[in-house]
Ligand binder design. Structure first.
Ligand code: ZN
Length: 243
């Protein structure tokens, strides 16, 4: 069986400084996400955090990564531009990238999108109903028509991203807003998936549907890329006539 090499990157700041977050994610959000993926026989899972040298994202670590998962919130600006450059380059070369919740403002995502990635938000513990709008998509595999999270932060449109290449989920919130909450993008040889839920004070990353989405997204983002493209001047494949 082909093994997907997954790296779960967590900022890991609020889990160590805020009681309300530590209560829900005592070992960090990245560990809660990794816990489920480690049970998958086709995945090899590692984690990395902001405080590690090079944020745990050295050239050799990224070279050995098929899919990088990114959660960040309060320290986007602490991520070195040099490392961001490296992550974006690897995505264009073919690494998968899964961007979660408040990482819509992370440097790699904004850079790869080329837009502000701004949105509306409200923290009121609202119910979120997530609708599958691409039931044929591999990321929707095994999910019901819709599922609900009892308490989440609200994110509302307009979400300033380029039109997604594939839209898999739309969220509805108790307060009335809607949001494109599962967006696929193809950039270079890389595949990018943005998934909305996951505010740090709610147990969202223990929810079986949310876990299933992330698991499916890893497999989608790691799909084979086919032959390496060649660029530049080439010799003709057939003998050309006189001209
Ligand atoms: Zn949040």
């Amino acid at each position: 069986m082909r093994q997907v090499r997954v790296l779960v990157w967590g900022e890991f700041v609020q889990e160590r400084t805020e009681e309300a977050v530590a209560r829900v994610y005592p070992r960090g959000i990245h560990e809660a996400i990794a816990e489920h993926l480690r049970k998958q026989p086709d995945m090899v899972v590692r984690t990395a955090t902001l405080d590690e040298p090079e944020h745990g994202l050295s050239e050799s670590v990224l070279k050995d990564t098929d899919v990088l998962i990114w959660w960040g919130h309060v320290a986007h600006d602490k991520v070195s531009d040099h490392v961001v450059e490296r992550v974006c380059r690897r995505v264009l070369e073919g690494m998968g990238l899964i961007v979660l919740h408040s990482a819509h403002y992370s440097k790699p995502f904004r850079r790869l999108m080329g837009t502000s990635c701004s949105l509306k938000w409200r923290e009121a513990g609202e119910r979120e109903r997530i609708w599958v709008v691409a039931p044929w998509h591999p990321i929707a595999e095994g999910l019901p028509e819709h599922f609900e999270l009892e308490h989440e932060e609200m994110y509302g449109e307009y979400f300033d991203i380029p039109p997604p290449d594939e839209l898999v989920f739309i969220s509805w919130f108790e307060g009335g807003e809607v949001f494109r909450s599962g967006c696929c993008f193809y950039r270079g040889r890389g595949r990018i998936f943005y998934f909305r839920p996951g505010h740090e004070t709610y147990p969202t990353y223990y929810n079986p549907y949310v876990r299933k989405v992330i698991e499916n997204a890893v497999r989608w983002a790691a799909a084979p890329r086919g032959p390496e493209p060649r660029y530049g001047m080439v010799e003709p494949l057939e003998k050309l006539g006189k001209r």
